[in-house]
Design a protein around this ligand. Structure first.
Ligand SMILES: Cc1cc2nc3c(=O)[nH]c(=O)nc-3n(C[C@H](O)[C@H](O)[C@H](O)COP(=O)(O)OP(=O)(O)OC[C@H]3O[C@@H](n4cnc5c(N)ncnc54)[C@H](O)[C@@H]3O)c2cc1C
Length: 463
């Protein structure tokens, strides 16, 4: 960065972002007598999401001397949260508590709330500059320097004793200093709007945020946050799809990436498909969900073909260190085994393994003993006979107890008997949560389950 010939302004503290964090921090710093400059990319009032406050925020607003202006604004009082699912309803009142501190707060349209706080910080002596964006940072000198782009696209530098990053979703310093790490939380998306709510009756408690869980999908939920002006914030939260769709030739990802569905080779040679299967190859064979009836043996290896590029894009390439940061710990069978295993957070695989764990743990001992100790989850390795990554390399597979398992490569030559089975109750639980069982492969691996919901929910490509 070149600052030659410039008269660089200096401040005690430069705050990036005039959201609630930036404004409250600026007011607190002003109370210490420090000179504060706040740069904010947008012109306020501006829309933001996050409207249902927690009572503890009142404590910080009070400390920052901002309570008076907030109380005077006439926001909707909030005294708790209500939860609904189908006909079920329960509500928590924050006033039913046993400790000191605030028990009520507000539900606020953020455009107005954030503007009020920013103006109050300004009134308390912070210098506030809208439409100024922090675009670069240099922390190598005696004092950190920020490069700011102004309204006209011109840049200037500011030197500060301290830089306080209050850029919220902007994540300015982590981005500029390359400190960002992928989150190991499941990626969720939200769709939201403000609407005229026409809530009039007594049957709706305006003083509470209402969270409604989808009746059939417990990982989908809605919020309803009433404001004081006859409008409400309404939103839905659900896992975000990676895939946007497909056309005659390509699979299309949400980020615009296109991957060929087929590779031009005729389908059919399993050994070849196992080594370099296309996206179509991997869903070609139908997976027989449900119990295997007497006399019905596995035919083919539905799911054993995996297109490496597809799964690397979905879960990361473990040999490049892309999978480990997304792993989360799950306690496997807390009532029976109770130690942690690791699985990927992508597609909520770890969360689904936790759900499987809870259900298997509730089975009688004679059944659940097949499930522990687990023989492994994440493992950056290839499959012995194909040289291709195992589903374990993407953190999306679990092997249950080895003691009761059979693996086709270990089976004695000439032994035509089917391998020992594990209880259908366990298989059924896994399948219900999106995992296929290796016991249904001709090249069976009866302790193996991997997350492949596309094979359980869709018709095979061959059809
Ligand atoms: C779907 C959803 C629902 C939520 N619901 C709730 C809820 O009900 N209750 C709740 O308490 N929280 C909720 N949150 C969280 C809440 O939105 C945030 O915690 C809150 O906005 C954080 O405030 P902040 O001041 O830290 O940052 P922000 O409000 O994000 O403010 C940061 C400011 O920095 C500015 N900025 C960004 N980059 C730059 C830059 N380079 N230069 C200058 N300025 C910059 C931005 O313009 C912005 O004004 C929700 C979040 C989401 C995603």
């Amino acid at each position: 960065m070149d600052y030659r010939g410039e008269n660089i302004a200096r401040v005690d503290v430069l705050v990036i972002g005039a959201g609630p964090a930036g404004s409250v921090a600026s007011a607190l710093l002003r109370q210490q007598g420090l000179q504060v400059l706040v740069i904010e990319r947008e012109q306020f009032p501006r829309f933001s999401i996050g409207e249902s406050l927690l009572p503890q925020s009142m404590e910080y607003l009070e400390q920052a001397g901002m309570l008076e202006v907030v109380n005077a604004a006439g926001f909707q009082v909030k005294d708790g949260a209500a939860f609904a699912r189908g006909a079920q309803y329960t509500a928590f009142d924050f006033r039913d508590k046993f400790s000191d501190g605030w028990s009520t707060t507000y539900q606020v349209p953020r455009a107005r709330f954030d503007h009020i706080l920013a103006l109050e910080a300004q009134r308390q002596g912070a210098e506030l500059r809208f439409r100024q964006e922090a675009i670069a940072v240099d922390v190598d000198g005696v004092r950190p320097r920020i490069t700011v782009k102004d309204l006209d696209g011109e840049t200037y530098a500011i030197e500060a004793g301290f830089i306080l990053d209050a850029s919220g979703f902007g994540r300015v310093l982590p981005r500029l200093l390359r400190l960002e790490k992928p989150s190991n939380f499941p990626v969720r998306g939200a769709i939201f709007t403000h609407m005229e709510d026409r809530i009039t009756g007594d049957d709706f408690d305006l003083n509470k945020i209402r969270v409604t869980v989808h009746a059939d999908h417990d990982d989908v939920w809605y919020w309803l946050i009433p404001f004081s002006d006859g409008r409400s914030s309404l939103g839905v939260v659900a896992e975000r799809d990676f895939l946007a769709g497909y056309d005659a030739t390509d699979l299309i990802w949400r980020d615009g990436t296109r991957m060929p569905l087929a590779d031009g080779r005729p389908a059919g040679d399993l050994a070849e498909m196992l080594r370099r299967g296309s996206i179509l190859d991997q869903i070609r064979l139908p997976y027989p969900a449900g119990p295997l009836t007497a006399g019905m043996g596995p035919t083919g290896d539905p799911g054993r073909v995996r297109n490496r590029a597809f799964f690397d894009k979905m879960y990361g390439n473990c040999w490049k260190g892309e999978v480990r940061p997304r792993l989360v710990s799950v306690v496997w069978l807390p009532r029976s085994w109770g130690r942690t295993i690791e699985a990927t957070s992508v597609n909520s695989v770890a969360q689904r393994i936790a759900a499987v764990s809870a259900e298997v743990d509730a089975l009688p001992l004679a059944l659940k003993r097949y499930a522990y100790p687990p023989a492994g989850t994440y493992n950056c390795r290839t499959v012995a006979d194909t040289g291709q990554p195992s589903m374990h390399a993407w953190g999306a597979a679990i092997d249950i107890s080895r003691a009761h398992a059979d693996y086709w490569l270990d089976h004695r030559a000439g032994d035509n008997e089917r391998p020992s089975q594990i209880p259908t109750e366990i298989v059924e639980i896994f399948e219900r949560h999106g995992f296929i069982w290796g016991g249904k492969w001709s090249h069976y691996d009866t302790m193996h389950f991997e997350y492949r919901p596309e094979l359980l929910n869709s018709r095979a490509a061959a059809e």
